[in-house]
Every structure is written in structure tokens, then in C-alpha cells.
Design a protein around this ligand. Structure first.
Ligand SMILES: NC(=O)c1ccc[n+]([C@@H]2O[C@H](COP(=O)([O-])OP(=O)(O)OC[C@H]3O[C@@H](n4cnc5c(N)ncnc54)[C@H](OP(=O)(O)O)[C@@H]3O)[C@@H](O)[C@H]2O)c1
Length: 277
């Protein structure tokens, strides 16, 4: 089984360098996939209230003989629950569905600037951390102005910003801001949901290393110092996606891959205008 390196967050807690995504699996699918992923060696699991599968993820994690301290569970606050009191209540419900006494990382799923309640939610997350219910707190899909506002209004810097990031949507500007504040970048859709897999440049780099395009995409993220959270419902792909620590992309590979990057390759909503509940 692959041993996954750990990275240290700005609050001192440690996070596995690759994780397992669970969207859009339903509860029974998530339960089965999490069991397979644990057996393959994954220790970081990503879910969200909005995915409707926290219960399946929690059951899958319970059914395997691994200590709670050895796994890292992330869940997220959905848009409909933004606000101080509603964040506390939503967290309680997530914890019940997960069947856990704490989560390792709690994220605000989207900033929803039109609602303008994310600072209130952030204050509730700071409270949850102080009370010991959550180890690390962070955000997802936050732009620099949203992060800056959290810092200005509370003095607490998120440990993580989980953002859309794949080799052809590299997010260098946002990552530079993360570096300045010691925020770890987690990459969602690290495989770009498959869109770039046929790209000839990517395939040439993969052939040179005797790896698949997916493994090169994940390795590229790891080499930027970020944490990819690929999803697969197939055990053989789950295992293959973990094989990201046994090879290294050269400076020339990185230069060639940089040419794939374009801001137009976003596959998900734009955080500036997104209103996802
Ligand atoms: N914070 C957010 O707003 C946000 C948004 C989206 C996603 N996420 C999180 O990020 C996770 C990953 O993102 P994602 O699921 O959108 O995209 P992804 O991991 O980039 O891509 C998943 C797709 O790639 C396929 N795949 C997996 N491994 C492969 C391989 N080795 N070769 C070829 N195809 C492969 C999967 O199919 P099979 O399952 O059939 O293998 C699935 O169709 C999600 O599961 C979720 O936990 C967070």
C-alpha cells in the first residue's frame, strides 16, 4: 500500500498530500468507494453537506479498521446555511451524519458574495475550532478579496483554500496570494473532469515517464505544493491516482505543461458570481 506524505498546515495540524473526492457519489456509492479508497491507502476524504453523502462517507470510514487519528475528514458548509447561528447548527448536523466527534477540516463551500454572510460564518467556524469540534478551518472557492476580508475582520487566516485547479487551469495568481499568507491550496477537479486527458503535450510528458496523463496531472499539482483530491468510483483508478510520489517532473516538463494553462479552462462556476446554495 502507498504511504502518503503529510504536509503541515499554518495551524500546525498535518494533512495528507493527496486525498479522495466523493462528489457526485450518493450515500451507498460513497460508502463503497470510501471503503475501497481506504484499502488503496487514501487517508484524506473530502465530502460536503451539499453532496448529500456525508452519511455514506461516515459509514464507509467506520467500517474499516483504521484509527480516527489516522484519517483526515473534510466537510463543507453549504450556502443555504451561511450566517453565525445557522453555521453552528449546520455543523452539528454534518457531524451527526458523519457519525464523528470532530472533523479535521471544515470549509465554507462558496463565498456567495451576493449574500454577504461569509464573515459571519467564518466567526462561527472560529468558535467551533476554539470549542474543539474542528481541528482546522478553511474556505473553498474564495477569491483574494474574500480571504483578505476574513483576515481584516477576524485576524484569523484560513488554513486551506480548496479551489478548482488543474494543469490547464493553473490558478497561479490566487496561489501566490495563498503562499503569502501560508494558506495551503487544495485542488478540486484535479483531473479537469477528463477534458484535457487527450492533450498531446500532456501525453508526451506522460510517455517520457511511463505514466498515464492522469498521474502526470496529479504529480503537477503535488509539485506546486498543493493537495489534489481526485475522485474515482473505480478501484484500479483509485490506486493508480495514488502513484504520484514515485516520479518527478523535470523543469522542462513543467515549462511545457505551463503552456496548457488558460483562464478560459474553468469548468465550474465563477466564485465572484456563484449563488450555489
Ligand atoms: N469545493 C468545491 O467547490 C468542489 C467542486 C467540485 C469538486 N470538489 C471535490 O473535488 C473532488 C474531485 O473533483 P471532480 O470529481 O470534479 O473531478 P476529478 O477528480 O478531476 O475528475 C473525476 C473524473 O475523472 C475520472 N477519473 C478518475 N481517475 C481517473 C483516471 N486515472 N483516468 C481517467 N479518468 C479518471 C472519474 O471517473 P470514474 O469515477 O469513472 O473513475 C471522474 O469522471 C470531488 O469529488 C469533490 O470531493 C469540490
Amino acid at each position: 500500500m502507498t504511504t502518503i506524505p503529510l504536509l503541515t498546515l499554518n495551524d500546525g495540524y498535518r494533512i495528507p498530500a493527496i486525498g479522495f473526492g466523493t462528489y457526485p457519489l450518493d450515500n451507498p456509492q460513497a460508502e463503497a468507494a470510501v471503503r475501497e479508497a481506504l484499502a488503496a491507502g487514501y487517508r484524506l476524504f473530502d465530502t460536503a453537506a451539499r453532496y448529500g453523502n456525508e452519511s455514506g462517507v461516515g459509514t464507509g470510514l467506520l467500517s474499516f479498521d483504521v484509527g480516527r487519528e489516522d484519517i483526515f475528514v473534510t466537510t463543507k458548509l453549504r450556502g443555504a446555511d451561511h450566517g453565525f447561528d445557522s453555521t453552528l447548527r449546520a455543523f452539528e448536523r454534518s457531524l451527526e451524519r458523519l457519525k464523528m466527534s470532530y472533523v479535521d477540516l471544515y470549509l465554507i463551500h462558496w463565498p456567495l458574495p451576493a449574500k454577504d454572510l461569509y464573515v459571519e460564518s467564518w466567526k462561527a467556524m472560529i468558535q467551533l475550532q476554539k470549542d474543539g469540534h474542528v481541528r482546522s478551518i478553511g474556505v473553498s472557492n474564495f477569491l483574494p478579496e474574500h480571504i483578505q476580508r476574513l483576515i481584516d475582520e477576524t485576524g484569523v487566516v484560513p488554513a486551506v483554500n480548496q479551489i478548482e485547479m488543474h494543469v490547464d487551469f493553473a490558478q497561479s495568481g490566487l496561489r501566490a496570494m495563498h503562499r503569502k499568507h501560508g494558506i495551503l491550496t487544495e485542488a478540486w477537479s484535479p483531473l479537469g473532469r477528463g477534458a484535457v486527458m487527450e492533450n498531446p503535450v500532456l501525453n508526451r510528458v506522460a510517455e517520457r515517464h511511463g505514466k498515464t496523463p492522469a498521474q502526470v496531472m496529479l504529480r503537477w499539482i503535488v509539485q506546486t505544493g498543493s493537495v489534489p483530491i481526485p475522485k474515482s468510483a473505480h478501484p484500479e483508478r483509485m490506486r493508480a491516482n495514488l502513484q504520484t510520489f514515485s516520479f518527478k517532473l523535470t523543469d522542462e516538463d513543467m515549462r511545457q505543461l505551463a503552456a496548457l494553462d488558460s483562464p478560459s479552462h474553468r469548468t465550474g462556476p465563477d466564485p465572484a458570481t456563484c449563488t450555489e446554495e
